[in-house]
Design a protein around this ligand. Structure first.
Ligand SMILES: Cc1cc2nc3c(=O)[nH]c(=O)nc-3n(C[C@H](O)[C@H](O)[C@H](O)COP(=O)(O)OP(=O)(O)OC[C@H]3O[C@@H](n4cnc5c(N)ncnc54)[C@H](O)[C@@H]3O)c2cc1C
Length: 407
């Protein structure tokens, strides 16, 4: 028994140990929640993970403070081919239930804009809570363990061949997450297992990810790198009123990450650079007052952006000679700046993965695969992606608990 503080390792004699009631593959957010829930119900639970430490994504999430849930969670905050799929688990384990859990452990947290809850100190405090819950529930851990083959036994149950020996279980929960952040040991193993058992897997792509540009746009944005502006980003009819951040490769910030979940290659994103303002009316007033356009824009924008904007979209700084139609077109340009991203920054920078195991393949109540009794899939490995704001962790908690209660 050694390793990660508070986590007991099963020894290499695991192959000889009696069959486990439940093996959970993946010691991430959903796996820990599911394991603790099943453990409290008297199940003998083993969690296996190939990473050296549990819950690496929680540790680095939310800039190290983990945006662990949101005060306002509804099915509309999720992208899933079957929009009804998330309803059952989210209603049975709402964000208030997770808040109650962290309150019981004395976690200090703060509410930020749009109902986002963050740890006040460190995200690792949250990992400690989950590990404590698992300890209290008698869950055992086997970290740094590669899983090779998974086989279904005749008459029910599964055999797992791993780098630490062979393990048998009645029920197998796959909580191996998705493809984002491979440096944190993310893998597509869950999809591979799903396919092995005949389940459909929807195409995947990076989500909550910066958008990249090439050529002159990349150079322009790079020159503004680090600047942030409050805007409204619109993609495919979805509006996100959050910050935009210029980067060396293109655009990022919460507004852009949100938009990336809906952006399709070759399609534009639309940015309102002066949200809440009737820009045409303001330009008309400016024309009459004789004030300069750049001075007016500088009231709202960082000077470096105004300068670049006026280089790209030149306009005589004194509007007095401009026809109203031109002012109207200029206002529209500001309120509906259309940009064509080249690509996304990929899985290395994506917080989540869009797509995954087709939710038609699993029960929305128990998360058991319809085609393979005893096999369960939870968390991000499924075709469920939350918007930015704590929704992805809430899905991990809710699906983990719903599954754990059914084991
Ligand atoms: C940088 C970053 C910041 C984020 N910030 C937030 C945030 O603030 N709020 C929010 O709601 N969401 C956030 N997310 C998303 C959130 O982390 C995930 O949606 C959530 O962790 C998914 O939980 P999960 O249990 O499905 O998978 P994970 O938490 O990814 O856990 C999967 C586990 O499976 C293990 N595993 C993978 N493959 C194998 C294998 N072959 N064998 C054994 N084990 C394996 C992994 O090591 C990992 O421990 C962030 C993600 C990233 C990358």
């Amino acid at each position: 028994m050694e390793g990660d503080k508070g986590v007991s390792y099963a020894d290499s004699q695991g192959a000889q140990s009696p069959e486990w009631d439940v093996i959970v593959l993946g010691a991430g957010a959903s796996g820990l929640m599911c394991a603790a829930t099943a453990g409290y119900r008297g199940k003998r639970v083993l969690v296996i993970d190939h990473a050296p430490k549990a819950a690496a994504k929680i540790r680095i999430s939310g800039g190290g403070k983990c945006n662990f849930t949101n005060l306002n969670v509804s099915p509309e905050h999720y992208i899933c081919r079957n929009p009804h799929f998330v309803k059952s688990a989210l209603s049975r384990y709402p964000s208030s239930a997770f808040i109650e859990l962290v309150d019981r452990h004395g976690l200090t947290y703060e509410t930020r804009e749009l109902g986002k809850l963050f740890c006040c100190e460190r995200a690792s405090d949250l990992i400690q809570i989950l590990r404590t819950e698992c300890d209290w529930a008698g869950v055992e851990f086997l970290l740094k363990t590669e899983v090779g083959k998974v086989e279904a036994k005749h008459g029910g149950g599964f055999i797992l061949k791993t780098s630490a020996g062979v393990f048998a279980c009645e029920k197998l929960v796959v909580a191996t997450g998705a493809l984002s952040f491979p440096k944190l040991k993310a893998s597509g193993f869950g999809y591979q297992l799903a396919r092995q058992f005949g389940l459909e897997v929807c195409a995947q792509s990076p989500g909550l990810v910066p958008l990249t540009f090439s050529g002159k746009w990349q150079q322009r944005f790079s020159s503004l790198s680090g600047l942030s502006m409050d805007v409204v980003v619109t993609v495919e009819g979805k509006h996100f009123s959050e910050a935009l951040l210029f980067t060396h490769h293109g655009l990022s910030g919460p507004g852009i990450l949100q938009a990336s979940n809906y952006w399709q290659p070759g399609k534009p994103i639309h940015i309102n650079l002066l949200p809440g303002l009737d820009v045409y009316a303001q330009l008309l007033a400016l024309k009459q007052s004789g004030q300069s356009l750049s001075k007016w824009l500088n009231q709202y924008w960082p000077k470096r952006f105004t300068q670049l904007w006026l280089e790209i979209f030149p306009m005589d700084s004194m509007l007095s000679n401009q026809p109203n139609e031109q002012l109207q077109a200029y206002a529209l340009q500001i309120m509906n700046w259309q940009l064509y991203p080249d690509d996304t920054a990929g899985y290395d920078k994506a917080e989540v993965t869009l797509g995954g195991i087709d939710t038609d393949e699993v029960s929305s109540k128990t998360f058991e695969a319809k085609k393979q009794p005893g096999l369960f899939f939870i968390g991000e490995v499924l075709d469920v992606t939350g918007q930015l704001g704590g929704y992805n962790f809430q899905w991990a908690w809710a699906s983990g608990v719903a599954c754990g209660l059914s084991l």
